[in-house]
Design a protein around this ligand. Sequence first.
Ligand code: PMP
Ligand code: GLU
Length: 397
Amino acid sequence: MTDISERIKALAPSATLAMSQKSQELKAQGIDVINLSVGEPDFPTPTHIKAAAIQAIADNYSFYTPVPGYMTLRKAISNKLREENGVEYAPEQIVVGNGAKQELCNVILATINPGDEVIIPTPAWVSYVEMVKLAEGKSVLVPATIESNFKITAAQLEETITPRTRMMLLCSPSNPTGSVYSREELKALVDVLVKYPDILILSDEIYEHINYTGSFTSMASFDEIKDRVVLINGVSKAYAMTGWRIGFCAAPLAIAKAVTKLQGQYTSGCSSIAQKAAEAAYEGSQECVEQMRQAFERRRDLIVRLAEMIPGLKVNKPDGAFYLFPEVKSFIGKTDGNVTIHSSGELAMYLLDKARVATVDGAAFCLDGYIRLSYATSDDNIREAMRRIAAALAELH
Ligand code: PMP
Ligand code: GLU
């Protein structure tokens, strides 16, 4: 009677959210855990954005919203895409939903048939493979490691394409590695994709503004593939608004309509108040975005410097997002006399138990032998966490 469907049984729980939940539970028990697991800005939402939400409540924005979002917000997003990214998507091609997460899943459900192949460069964010599973598609993973700065090459992409390939997913700046593809590197991938006109490109650009390279290229800015690029973005990371739950897809019109149909049957339009806040985020001053970006860059430099001092960790310098993804293979097979570490997952648990620092196992991002550290936290937390990690790792022999 309480049997769960095969579909949901096959689904893995989100490892990022699970680890964060675990660290919150320990904290509630009075245990001093530093949470480097979940990736979310630690800053409060900027004041002018909060003020817009309060105003929306006062102005009675309390009714059901249009399924794809308020037209005013879709226009603001269309303007943002033109002005910041140099790409044209009409407001009708934009669907706003409950975070980038919902729009990613909607696009996959709206376009993938059972058995269709979706190419995913790895390491990749925890939810992509599970979303493809929900759509009964087949994830085809293209591995990259620290040696290639966690980026795949055009040759790797081409080798992976088959007659069943329906979609390629790309995330740059990347979660979990922080790697950012340059325009030239993207162009090399585009030169391959041009030859396969049936492949849809799903480009997750949620970390667009958390970028230390000084330049960002949207996949939709390549004219030769623009008509089959679906962009994903939102306010969670750039404006410190993870809890407000506003994200969007910008897509070919037929896909935007299909996503709207799906959304209309199972969630409706998203929160009126949060949409008005997002509108203020896109239309107001962008100074807050740059201030937070600078803080993340300083923290990136701090955590990289501290991590490089820890014997046995192999570190690359991430160019964006707020994650460090060190290789931890040298600790596998070692013991502190009590616990023997057999995998990066066991190392993440060891760090939680021994160092009281929550991280995420690289295996959750499809790459064993690594862990992810989110540095979206204070300098003091970063220093203390790295001190504890260094001490705990030093006990492994
Ligand atoms: N894509 C990536 C790569 C992410 O890291 C996140 C963060 N959870 C999301 C999408 C979803 O963001 P949100 O749903 O908060 O907009
Ligand atoms: N994107 C963040 C992370 O990877 C938030 C948690 C999630 O939605 O996975 O930690």
